[in-house]
Design a protein around this ligand. Structure first.
Ligand SMILES: [Zn+2]
Length: 535
């Protein structure tokens, strides 16, 4: 005889079965005729981290409307036999303020990215509302969200003089600008604390602005003040902002730069864990390469570049000031355990593209007939004075990259801008980052499960950045999806030859519309602007 508990269990089983039956059989009758598309016979990795399962996925009006055995539905279909069907990837860290010039954002789509979060490292469109309106008028292929950049806000409020705290009036202007950005739909505030003018901001200023963002429900995303020997105090500063305001905080492109800091990933992750244990809501993102990329002129003392190239020229003409800049550069090299700048490769120098792809020792040999450090430093000055260049900065430890990637709160962020195909020698991350996670780190190294890697690129970022209704293959969710072959997905872009699209990605959908079909871009631009819901 059945006791009460087992009857209850049976009853629960019955209800579950009924739900399953209803889910699989009743849905077609409930309006699935006229679906726009059914992705058939795929292995669904739904974005939550749950084990993959075989199912068809039906899409209607830009949403997933059914997931299951949908043999009865007649609709246009995509065959995903042998392939994985995952939510479209969210790239949480990009710099695509110029997306109006390349609205198809092809190299992002081709690595499975369907949503870009831009406005990072303190640098965003100055007017979020105008930017979003222009994007909507132009129409773009991926979805787009933005943070409001602290650097731009600070620059506008303080004019050309940055190396000081803001006056009360200036701080008030900055708060207003941040509040406006949040009202216009920014997801939060970004800081770039190694860049001008953010580098001159003290923690108290960041706390004041974070308070405004917190009141609007936003996030604080920070390019740390230091990613090498001083990373601990730099992290402590983020924690202080989070602690004093209660804001959620994101560590942008977590890394350990320079040999002197290598091998400390486990300790740094422990520092983050300790902060979380304290109750702070801290997450992080990362690109999966052993090189960084930023402007070459960032190697020059901030103070000397405050007013731009013209005042810098005057600075160099004063021997004592020039000596100070050179000494600072040598000191920083030494502190990071390096002898010179041959770890830096020119990515794109518009004033002289024959230098693209050369490291700074090679540049010095070409321009100064000497590869010595002094000649390299002169070349860095020259590059800045001739309009500046982007560079690729080698010098991260692969073991650290892996340790950061394996952590459950690390998301994928390429840190890439939009590249013109075949122009310059940019960092390969914009062409390969998300595919590299799945090809190299999941399939080849087995560093993490496929389902877990997909979670870190979908539901985790959707949750952290509050992108409602995205990041999962689930009924009612927006139909951003990527269909790929787990056996062949791979990044092809290398440091030497970065302009190579990722492979193994068959279909990419944004809001239910195919933007990559059978591996080729369709030219469709169904992307939406994703505004934060500022109360
Ligand atoms: Zn950055």
């Amino acid at each position: 005889m059945l006791n009460f508990a087992s009857m209850r269990t049976l009853g629960w089983l019955w209800v579950s079965w009924l739900l399953l039956v209803t889910r699989e059989q009743a849905l077609p009758a409930a309006g699935l005729d006229g679906c726009d598309l059914v992705i058939r016979h795929g292995r669904v990795v739904d974005g939550t981290g749950a084990p993959a399962f075989h199912a068809d996925v039906a899409i209607k009006n830009g949403h997933f409307v059914a997931v299951g055995n949908l043999g009865g539905i007649r609709a246009p279909e995509v065959d995903a036999s042998g392939l994985v069907v995952a939510p479209g990837f969210i790239d949480v860290h990009t710099h695509v303020e110029d997306i109006l010039e390349q609205p198809e954002a092809e190299h992002f789509l081709r690595m499975g990215v369907t949503t870009l979060i831009t406005g990072n490292c303190g640098s965003s469109a100055p007017d979020i509302a105008a930017f979003f309106e222009a994007v909507e008028a132009k129409k773009i292929a991926p979805n787009l969200a933005s943070l409001i950049g602290h650097g731009g806000v600070r620059e506008k409020a303080m004019g050309g003089s940055f190396n000081r705290p803001p006056s009360a009036a200036e701080l008030s202007l900055m708060k207003q600008a941040v509040a406006q950005g949040m009202k216009d739909g920014a997801l939060g505030l970004s800081t770039g604390l190694i860049y001008l003018p953010g580098t001159f901001a003290k923690t108290a200023e960041l706390v004041e602005l974070a308070r405004v963002v917190k009141a609007s429900g936003g996030i604080y995303a920070s390019h740390l003040r230091d990613e090498g020997p001083e990373i601990r105090p730099a992290l402590a500063e983020v924690f202080q902002v989070a602690r004093e305001t209660g804001i959620r905080a994101e560590i942008s492109h977590l890394k350990l730069r320079g040999q002197a800091s290598w091998g400390q990933a486990a300790e740094i992750l422990q520092v983050l864990e300790t902060a979380r244990a304290e109750g702070l809501d801290i997450t992080q993102d990362q690109y999966v390469y052993t090189a960084a990329s930023t402007s070459i002129e960032s190697l020059i003392l901030d103070e000397a570049r405050t007013g731009g190239p013209e005042p810098f020229k005057a600075w160099l003409s004063r021997p004592a000031d020039k000596a100070r800049v050179v000494a600072d550069m040598k000191h920083r090299l030494q502190r990071s355990g390096r002898e010179d700048y041959r770890y830096v490769v020119v990515a794109d120098f518009p004033a002289d593209r024959s230098l693209n792809g050369l490291n700074l020792a090679e540049v010095a040999l070409k321009l100064r007939n000497s590869s010595r450090l002094e000649a390299q430093i002169e070349c860095i000055f020259e590059i800045y004075l001739r309009g500046g260049a982007t560079g690729v900065f080698h010098g991260l430890l692969e073991a650290d990259v892996r340790a950061f990637l394996a952590h459950p709160n690390t998301m994928a962020g390429s840190d890439s801008g939009l590249h013109r195909f075949q122009v310059g020698v940019p960092h390969p991350r914009g062409y390969g980052n998300h595919a590299r996670v799945l090809g190299y780190y999941v399939r080849e190294l087995k560093l993490l499960r496929l389902e877990e890697a997909v979670r870190k690129m979908t539901s985790l970022p959707a949750g952290v950045f509050r992108l409602a209704g995205r990041g999962q293959i689930r009924e009612g969710f927006l139909a951003d999806a990527v269909v790929f072959d787990p056996a062949t997905i791979q990044d092809r872009a290398t440091f030497e030859q970065p302009h190579q699209y990722a492979t193994g990605i068959a279909q990419v959908l944004v809001n239910g519309v195919l933007v990559i079909k059978n591996g080729q871009p369709t030219g469709a631009r169904p992307g939406q602007v994703l505004r934060g819901n500022c109360p």
